[in-house]
Design a protein around this ligand. Structure first.
Ligand code: OSB
Ligand code: MG
Length: 366
């Protein structure tokens, strides 16, 4: 791939309004944008979607910066890398830190697709011209206010963050306002063993699924719930690798998987999980990380694979941002986003805005 340099930019993007879950609130989104350049000056972009604090997974933007600058970038023999899928193997001696690894791999995928003059979607075997999508309602959003706009954009599924034991009122209100659009909740691991019967009682709401009710790592409790519940269980935080997905499906701990390339350590691992789920007849959807357009563009390519048969969390740029980092911005119409046909991720970088929100940068030369 002739990688010459890798530039990291730490950025701060102001959100229109805070994104709130029971575990944490994001007011300003810190991210790391990674630019990989080859010897001809072609550039690829990726994004590290860890948060400023470890409320979702253990990584943070600061730990990812450290891993990349001090450990991962110097450890790779860049001259030997001929395809992005070789990166995970070169970094396999280092435990965890999936989001740092995934951001770097993403920048290589965009670069490689541009070198081959093909869209990232086509490169990985995407079959969709448009991806169907849903949107997430955060805990403090005013329901009437946000639902009206989301209904106009045609989102095909609503997902809500919940307050434990106070879910039902909110869900009934959304169902009343949302014209039969599928509805699901995301527990982010807030429930415990004593909540099994409480969760089972949610069957009466006919939710599309319930995402990550128990803590990551607890395949047993998810299995127990799925045995007793008609509503499909979907795993998010529990799946940080192909092996986790294999375990979850073998144990029937879930019937749906939310795939985030960042959570599983990169696009190669995400594709492997997708392929396993297709073989096992388990539908998947693409999760979101309150990310910039760069990561959103990668998600669109991933979600164009055939197994992504459920609308994901890929909202329009305007869901979170006054101004996004890409041109054109991501636009949802009738609940779908067109998959770009241009090379790589298929969006241009808004360099002026990127410079404006950069707080620190670092360039590694091979
Ligand atoms: O659990 O899917 C999650 C946002 C931050 C942290 C964790 C999660 C989320 C979301 C996705 O629900 C929000 C989005 O990007 O649309
Ligand atoms: Mg989730």
């Amino acid at each position: 791939m002739n990688v010459e340099s890798v530039t990291l930019r730490r950025i701060r993007m102001p959100l229109k309004k805070p994104f709130v879950t029971h575990a944490g609130s994001v007011k300003e989104r810190e991210l790391i944008i990674i630019e990989t350049a080859d010897c001809e000056g072609t550039t690829g972009y990726g994004e590290v979607t860890a948060f400023s604090t470890p409320f979702y997974t253990a990584e943070t933007i600061t730990t990812a910066w450290h891993m990349l600058t001090d450990i991962f970038l110097p450890a790779v023999h860049w001259a030997d890398i001929s395809h992005p899928k070789e990166l995970p193997d070169r970094l396999s001696g280092f435990q965890g830190n999936q989001m740092a690894k995934a951001g770097l791999e993403a920048s290589l995928w965009d670069l490689y697709a541009k070198q081959k003059n093909v869209s990232l979607s086509k490169l990985i075997g995407g079959t969709r011209e448009a991806v169907e999508t849903g949107v997430v309602i955060s805990l403090t959003d005013d329901l009437e206010d946000v639902l009206e706009g989301y209904l106009q954009e045609g989102y095909q599924r609503f997902k809500v963050k919940v307050n434990k034991y106070d879910e039902k009122k909110m869900l009934l209100k959304i169902q009343e306002l949302s014209q039969g659009i599928p509805l699901m909740i995301d527990g982010n691991g807030v429930y415990q063993q004593e909540d099994l019967s409480h969760l089972k009682a949610l069957d009466e709401l006919h939710l599309q699924m319930i995402e990550q009710p128990f803590r990551p790592g607890d395949f047993y409790l998810h299995q127990t719930l799925q045995k007793e519940m008609d509503t499909p269980v979907c795993l998010d935080e529990s799946i940080s690798s192909y092996d986790d997905a294999f375990q979850a499906l073998s144990m029937d701990s879930c019937r749906i998987i939310n795939i985030k390339a960042s959570r599983v350590g990169g696009l190669s691992e995400a594709i492997a999980i997708h392929d396993l789920c297709v073989e096992s007849n388990v539908p998947v959807w693409c999760g979101g990380m309150v990310e910039s357009g760069i990561s959103r563009a990668h998600n669109i390519a991933l979600a164009s694979l055939p197994g992504f048969s459920i609308p994901g969390d890929i909202s329009s740029s305007s869901r979170f941002w006054e101004r996004d980092l890409i041109q054109p911005e991501v636009f949802v119409e009738k609940g779908s986003i067109a998959v770009p046909e241009k090379p790589g991720i298929g969006f241009n970088i808004d360099y002026e805005y990127l410079d404006y929100i950069t707080t620190e940068s670092f360039t590694f030369h091979k």
